[in-house]
Design a protein around this ligand. Structure first.
Ligand code: KIV
Length: 272
């Protein structure tokens, strides 16, 4: 079933499921604002993630922990206003769902109601089971997130590859099965060994989207600012840069400064 908005068809969870079933890879990128979301949606991206990585990329924090629910709603509303086709998922920020399923439901409903998003994502497995069940019971599509879960950075202590040891890999497999069983429509796996990601993707019916999880999953997600080379210092092995916009933008701005200082800009043709 497709959801129609005017004459434009939005991607649905059913279509994402069908893509997995026919072996078509799912493309997913982050977006936090109207202009970028318009470009990504126009280019044909399948899923846009209003990630809590906005905390790093947009606000300059060193972790995802400080971003608030109100700030996530602001970013999500801006993205939603731009989107004609993509399925838009919004991260529930740290502290808005852990440990209290009523609060989790309230947070998810605020995001859906106030931003118009199509689904939410949260980090963790069995520890957040009650919150996931409660949100799903309200008809809100939920995407899981396992492996490296940046909201737990102070527990892990580093951003290195997760689930390399047998015990952690076993828990990740169990959590993935649990999230599917309770009704999540998709799962993100971040920074885990490719072989483990392959086992999860093959063992689940729902789409599994990887970031640093190798090729044997059902789709890929990256942070758009990393892919476009706007952020420069972040160079993990899994990142492929498709442009060097930091250099391009710096050059353009330098030229503008030179033109202003030299009085070359504005010319008579650029004035009224
Ligand atoms: O917040 C985010 O950008 C994410 C992706 C890295 C999957 O969760």
């Amino acid at each position: 079933m497709s959801v129609h908005r005017k004459d434009i068809k939005l991607i649905t969870t059913h279509q994402l499921q069908a893509m997995k079933e026919r072996g078509e890879k799912i493309s997913m990128l982050t977006a936090y604002d109207f202009s970028m979301a318009s470009i990504l949606d126009g280019a044909g991206i399948d899923v846009l993630l209003v990630g809590d990585s906005a905390s790093n990329v947009m606000a300059g924090h060193t972790t995802t922990l400080p971003i608030t629910l109100d700030q996530m709603i602001y970013h999500a509303s801006s993205v939603i206003r731009a989107v004609k086709r993509a399925f838009v998922v919004v991260d529930l920020p740290f502290g808005s769902y852990q440990g209290n399923s009523s609060e989790a439901l309230r947070s998810a409903i605020r995001i859906m109601k106030e931003s118009g998003a199509h689904g939410i994502k949260l980090e963790g497995g069995s520890e957040i089971k009650d919150s996931v069940i409660r949100i799903l019971s309200a008809g809100v599509p939920v995407m899981g997130h396992l492996g490296l879960t940046p909201q737990s950075i102070y527990k892990f202590g580093t951003y290195t590859v997760r689930a390399k040891e047998e015990q952690e890999a076993k828990k990740l497999l169990e959590d993935a099965l649990l999230l599917e069983e309770i009704g999540c429509f998709a799962l993100v796996l971040e920074k885990i060994p490719s072989e483990l990601a392959r086992q999860v993707a093959e063992g689940l019916r729902i789409p599994v989207i990887g970031i640093g999880a190798g090729p044997a999953v059902d789709g890929q997600v990256l942070v758009t600012h990393d892919l476009l080379g706007i952020t420069k210092e972040f160079k993990p092995r899994f990142l492929r840069r498709y442009a060097d916009l930091n250099d391009t933008m710096t050059k353009a701005v330098s030229e503008y400064i030179t033109d202003v200082k030299s009085r070359d800009f504005p010319s008579l043709e650029e004035a009224y």
